[in-house]
Design a binder for this molecule. Structure first.
Ligand code: ADP
Ligand code: ASP
Ligand code: MG
Length: 413
């Protein structure tokens, strides 16, 4: 008997009708003799709706209470799903993160999974039940409900597959797999059949939200092959697996974008040793991640420090930095939420000079101004105005000919 973990995202369970259709699909696998663990997201739009409610009540919502609120979205879908399975004549049980239990640290709204108890799940599987588990949530040692951060149901599914040594982990979503770029904004996007964990990690970290980055990290660490595929078709999707010899190593394998970031500048900071630490220490103490950092010196004595943080952390970061600015005698703190990060990604870039300059030329030709740039061996990212995101993605996808099966590296270098 195979153990299969299947995860269905928000659009896949967006209405009672869709939940019934998902139940039918799961029941089919169950009747083929498989032990089925099903992880569900909240209905599409629900997590956003709950977040909106919170902000309408408290300016900067208390993070513990936020988790209490957000976790309700997934409670609704697992309960409805279990009912739909029973209505169709099979047996099912729904479990919340704390019932399982999925233990996490206490970083509310972005908690990390520390361990999973499989005993209860196995008990119900042994009884022939389809076990459905609320994605995106867990519980701390003190019994507080936590959530894993947006898109976290993927992480729940892969972590369960790893802990239970499942034979397969299938991530069902509203597109046919992982594409060269977001198929919803670029009609020429091409589906990738197989992608390595490392390349998927890079795409996910730069905004390809089709898989949550932490789920890819767990999949890599525990060698869980992940199949990303569509809820609405039977087609084979994309396999995320270890790199193998036959896998194409593309020059540029994907274009990503992220509208989740915001830019902050601290103006006219004294240009002295220790100042950067004074700025970034309170930020990291508050659990806020900083991404790109740029320092511009004015005249050797003063400098502007510009960096990006996640948009969800923007208000808290601004509040902290206004205090810091006063302490260190900076002139002002300014910010901009209407930015996007557009990136080109590919392991082949390691060996090929000139990719970044090609990217800059393409953006210039489209009249898109770059505010910040960062590069690594296998990616180049640019911060641009949010309104140019789609234009930039399409232009880059065209220029690097990603709609074509582009040439494997061996033939290009
Ligand atoms: P789910 O609710 O199923 O978790 P998500 O909305 O989190 O689905 O992720 C699927 C979405 O990811 C797609 O609808 C698509 O718009 C977006 N996406 C972004 N980049 C990519 C990519 N490279 N390949 C496929 N989908 C992508
Ligand atoms: N419901 C959560 C979200 O919208 C988790 C998920 O869907 O993966 O981010
Ligand atoms: Mg998702």
């Amino acid at each position: 008997m195979a153990l299969i973990v299947q995860k269905f995202g928000g659009t896949s369970v967006g209405s009672p009708e869709k939940i019934k259709a998902v139940a039918q699909r799961v029941i089919r696998s169950h009747r083929q003799g498989n032990r089925m663990v099903v992880v569900l997201s909240a209905m599409s739009g629900e997590t956003d709706r709950l977040t909106g409610l919170a902000h309408g009540v408290q300016r900067m919502p208390d993070l513990r209470e936020m988790d209490m609120l957000l976790a309700t979205g997934e409670q609704v879908t697992v309960a409805l799903f279990a009912m739909a399975v029973k209505e169709a004549g099979c047996d099912a049980i729904s479990l919340l993160g704390d019932q399982v239990a999925i233990h996490t640290d206490n970083m509310h709204t972005k908690a990390r999974i520390e361990s999973i108890d499989e005993a209860l799940i196995n008990k119900y599987l042994d009884q022939g039940k389809i076990v459905t588990i609320a994605g995106f949530q867990g519980v701390t040692d003190r019994g507080d409900i936590t959530t894993l951060g947006r898109g976290g149901s993927d992480t729940t599914a892969v972590a369960l597959a790893a802990a239970m040594k499942a034979d397969a982990c299938e991530i069902f979503t509203d597109v046919e797999g992982v594409y060269t770029t977001d198929p919803n904004i670029c009609s020429k996007a091409r589906k990738i059949d197989r992608i390595s964990y490392d390349e998927m990690l890079e795409l996910a970290s730069l905004g390809a939200k089709v898989l949550d980055i932490r789920s890819v990290g767990i999949a890599k660490r525990y060698s869980v092959p992940v199949h990303v595929r569509s809820t609405f078709s039977e087609n084979i999707g994309t396999w995320v697996v270890e790199e193998d010899k036959i896998m194409e190593s593309m020059l540029v394998s994907g274009i990503t974008y992220s509208k989740n970031e915001a830019r902050i500048t601290i103006k006219k900071v004294p240009d002295q040793p220790g100042i950067a630490a004074k700025i970034f220490l309170p930020i990291s103490d508050a659990g806020i991640l900083v991404d790109m950092i740029i320092q511009n010196t004015h005249d050797g004595k003063l400098t502007d420090m510009t960096f990006t943080v996640l948009r969800r952390d923007y208000d808290r970061a601004m509040e902290i930095l206004k205090k810091v600015a006063e302490e260190i005698g900076a002139e002002a703190v300014t910010g901009d939420k209407d930015i996007a990060k557009v990136s080109i990604v590919g392991v082949g870039m390691r060996n090929q000079p000139g990719i970044a300059s090609t990217m800059f030329q393409i953006l210039a030709k489209e009249g898109v101004n770059m505010m910040m740039v960062s590069t690594s061996e296998i990616k180049v990212s640019c911060i641009i105005a949010e309104k140019y995101t789609e234009l930039a993605v399409r232009a880059l996808h065209d220029a690097f000919a990603l709609d074509k099966e582009n040439m494997p590296l061996e033939e290009t270098v």
